[in-house]
Design a protein around this ligand. Structure first.
Ligand code: GZL
Length: 317
């Protein structure tokens, strides 16, 4: 069976088969599904025995999973911290059990940085900055005028409260706005979490439209899934998404490319979920007592609507 084949593969590479405990946060978005797929296929390709746990969006389930990995005596632990804080105790237990830890995708805030060996992920602050800078350029290029008053009114659908990516994207966006020469032309009318899901994104956008239907110029959604939900709410309110309201989000999943091809969205900033191979490579190096960088960032670009049709066929997620 697969375990025997993996053992054979590991043995042929001169080591006993590595067992990795992996705590994933859930399946809240197309991006997360692609991330999980990347982790699982990379483990198989690397001959690593993966103990995979889905936390259903609850930090306490992640802490339970990490404790069970420690009890099982896995060789290495990797996890996506759903929120930044609350990890010190359980990571100390892993360190005491001499099990190395890799942080994946999102960031942690710890009193002791030695509690993890490496972090593999993306630069949320840079993503947030790319969003504002693209908006500013687009408003000028299209000679857009505010729908009401003299400022462009922005509404924001935030990601999971307390997650490093929601905090980073919000901070990057605000830093870029504050630094822009014509910062005074923009104002954030409303900002609320849509929990990275399509359903909640649609609900929160409905509430934004209820109070400010004829004032909203721009929607910044922290991920594509919330933008796709918001598009449904905008259409239900009798407005044209991508035209009456400029829409930009982050992830660059296929669903967002299709929305841009349909003329219902304007741009997506890439956040790369294909982190499995680099994770397995890093795990092997750590267990071979090789030096690894503390932070590894994966590549990410930006895709405006005018490149969507030609880019979609080559997209992997
Ligand atoms: C980003 C990742 C976020 C995605 C969302 O690195 O943590 O979580 O942007 C996902 O789609 O839910």
């Amino acid at each position: 069976d697969q375990a025997k084949k993996d053992d054979a593969k590991a043995a042929s590479s001169g080591g006993k088969q590595i067992t990795m405990g992996f705590s994933q946060i859930g399946a809240e978005s197309e991006w997360r599904t692609a991330h999980t797929e990347s982790i699982k296929s990379a483990a198989k390709a690397a001959g690593i025995n993966l103990q995979f746990s889905d936390a259903q969006q609850k930090q306490e389930n992640q802490i339970k999973a990490i404790r069970s990995f420690i009890a099982q005596g896995v060789d290495i632990i990797a996890f996506v911290p759903i929120v930044e804080t609350g990890w010190d105790t359980v990571l100390k237990e892993a360190k005491d059990a001499k099990i190395p830890v890799i942080v994946v995708d999102r960031d942690v805030k710890l009193s002791d940085e030695s509690l993890y060996i490496a972090k593999i992920g993306t630069d949320s602050v840079a993503e947030g900055k790319k969003v504002f800078n693209w908006i500013d350029e687009y408003m000028k290029k299209e000679n857009k005028q505010p729908r009401s008053g003299d400022k462009f009114n922005i509404v924001v659908l935030e990601g999971t409260v307390g997650s490093s990516v929601a905090i980073g994207r919000a901070n990057g966006f605000k830093e870029a706005m504050a630094a822009a020469p014509d910062a005074a032309k923009y104002t954030i009318l409303a900002s609320q979490t849509g929990e990275f899901t399509r359903q909640k994104g649609q609900e929160v956008m409905e509430s934004f439209l209820k109070s400010d239907r004829d004032k909203i110029d721009i929607l910044f959604a922290h991920n594509d899934d919330m933008a796709l939900g918001a598009i449904q709410a905008i259409e239900a309110a009798g407005l044209k998404p991508g035209k009456d309201i400029t829409i930009i989000s982050i992830d660059s999943v296929k669903g967002m490319f299709q929305a841009m091809i349909d003329g219902k969205a304007n741009c997506t900033v890439e956040c790369n979920p294909l982190q499995g191979d680099i994770l397995m490579e890093t795990a092997k190096k750590i267990l071979n007592k090789e030096e690894v960088p503390k932070n590894v960032y994966v590549e990410e670009g930006i895709f405006p609507a005018d490149v969507a049709a030609k880019t979609l066929p080559e997209r992997k997620y």
